[in-house]
Design a protein around this ligand. Sequence first.
Ligand code: KG4
Ligand code: ZN
Length: 393
Amino acid sequence: EAAGLILGIESSCDETAAAVVRAGSTALSNVVASQMSLHANYGGVVPELASREHLRNIVPVVREALAQAKVALADLDAVAVTEGPGLAGALLVGITYAKALSFGLGKPLVAVNHLEGHIHAVLLEARQRAGVPMELPLLALVVSGGHTHLYLAEQAANDTWTYRNVGRTVDDAAGEAYDKVAKLLGLGYPGGPWIDALAPHGNPRAVPFAFGQIKTRATKAAQAEHSKHSSSQKPGKPAPAFDFSFSGIKTAARRYVETHHMKPGIEYRHAELAANPQIKPQSPEAVQLCNPQTLDLIASFQHAVVGNLLRQTFAAAEAFGARGIIVSGGVAANRELRRRFQAEADRRSLPVAFPSLALSTDNAAMIAAAAWPKFLAGNFAPEDLGATPQLRL
Ligand code: KG4
Ligand code: ZN
């Protein structure tokens, strides 16, 4: 009888990760080799460098994951790997390795969508606690450096879920906006943790950032679902899509910096931060290196972004009759986001769940967890599995 030991492998972006998860609910190991410091020199992920680093890291990371889990290769029941979305060259390293391993061991290969993986980061921990109220349909916000997506998760025939995309960014992802604004202000990379740590030191009402109406895109799914839930809706009128746009606020921040002549000071601080890599987002020196104006800008930016994520998510939850909310992805690590989502959820008596911090950003435990229902359903990947950089959920 299989113990349900799945080795998960993730290499879609700038983390090479491997994990062993039992029965989709117990992470026996969760190893992440981050390339963050490498890409920090460029202020963003450089695809060529990422692939090379994955090649360098994949074998030691998998070995470490097996060693920490005290699991031998022969004990595995399946190998799971991220097939997309992500960087083509980066994905291929994980996929090629996983295919070879599964073929060599004679164990099934399970292909996982990275976005579904982020959702399963929450489910892994929920299954572990057994009893967390997780009634379907659920609304899931996946918010990271590459994605800002809203999904309505519903039960399918077998124990797997189906997902309807009911919102997405029409331009930048929220995490991308964090990273770009942080770069503009001379903070470190990735920018999210810096803005998270510095925002409480500024006035969130100092800079009035606004989110305008986005040209909506009426998806068929949104349309059908919407008319089910709103009897007042006139036929033919497009259903609202709960889309996001973050390029406007990025431009507004740049304009603010220019019109307030903040540039010279920022360049100076950037040089100082770069020369002192020991300065971390939470260190007191980081706050001292920012003038009050910079701190106000940071606080106002975060307040606006979190407010926008919150409004769209809860509006979608209401429109589709969701019985709970899941927030996952790198930006879900944000403290203001967690605080405000929790407060709003409490106000509406709606359960909300976040992954632990280690499972919020990219990891392989979430990939192994997402593979579990597919493994049970016998939903295996073909031997010629390839990378799908634009894979949708
Ligand atoms: O999920 P993730 O590790 O990788 C992607 O799939 O993109 O997310 C990385 C993103 C980066 O943009 C980073 O700035 C952001 O998540 N991030 C945060 C925080 N921690 C990471 N954003 C806001 N607050 C944070 N605490
Ligand atoms: Zn991710």
